[in-house]
Design a protein around this ligand. Structure first.
Ligand SMILES: [Zn+2]
Length: 89
């Protein structure tokens, strides 16, 4: 059984995670890959102030992501997203 604060993502939500990673040009801290990611589950963080250009706090999640580049020495990392980026239509 999953821990209660973990939200499993479906395939569409994982694709939205990959879109967020591409839009932000997130690079793997180990190998620099920017394009090939696998999205994992979401960990609820609560309300965080994320960006200077945001007017209000929003519910935030840490998404576990895995770099898909072959041979990446440390493929697992995470990205913080707003709830609306991934979990809402
Ligand atoms: Zn990597």
């Amino acid at each position: 059984m999953a821990r209660p604060e973990i939200t499993p993502l479906d395939e569409e939500q994982r694709e939205r995670v990959r879109r967020v990673l591409r839009r932000r040009r997130v690079a793997c801290p180990s190998c620099g890959n920017r394009r090939r990611w696998a999205g994992g589950d979401a960990l609820h963080l609560g309300f965080l102030f994320l960006d200077e250009d945001e007017d209000e706090d929003e519910d935030a999640y840490m998404i576990a992501v895995t770099c898909r580049r072959r041979g990446c020495p440390r493929a697992r990392t995470g990205v913080i997203v707003h709830r609306a980026d991934v979990l809402e239509p």
